[in-house]
Design a protein. Structure first.
Length: 131
């Protein structure tokens, strides 16, 4: 179980750096867009840990639930990277045009949602299983 928790932590770091880098490129990278993306990541991780993490107490098959959530996280990451890379075309922003703050907030929130929620739940699941 210790190896699974280490892998979960490492994959979270990789996901965060990868998605932050991709979003930084799409949003033409300034400090404000980095702050918005990191704030969304932290809020969604906390929501996943709080909302989905509560469910583990009522589950009988805790290990299977951990594996299922890890699988969801693993499938969501490449889809989120694809979504970030196709964001300019989906919104219709031409090359050289910047994004507004509401668009940065909402698009990063929606793109990080399927990755951050399960990863936050994985933290709580892993702590409960390890204890």
């Amino acid at each position: 179980m210790t190896v699974a928790i280490w892998v979960m932590g490492f994959s979270g770091i990789v996901a965060q750096v990868l998605l932050l880098r991709e979003l930084l490129i799409v949003f033409s990278g300034n400090e404000l867009s980095i702050g918005i993306v990191l704030a969304n990541w932290l809020v969604l991780e906390a929501a996943g840990s709080f909302l989905l993490g509560k469910k583990i107490e009522s589950l009988r098959r805790k290990l299977e639930a951990y594996v299922l959530v890890q699988t969801m996280f693993s499938f969501a990451l490449p889809l989120a990277v694809y979504g970030v890379r196709s964001l300019r075309g989906a919104i219709g922003v031409v090359s050289g045009e910047g994004f507004g703050l509401p668009v940065i907030f909402l698009s990063s929130f929606l793109l990080l949602l399927p990755v951050s929620l399960p990863h936050g739940a994985l933290f709580t699941f892993g702590c409960r299983l390890y204890a």
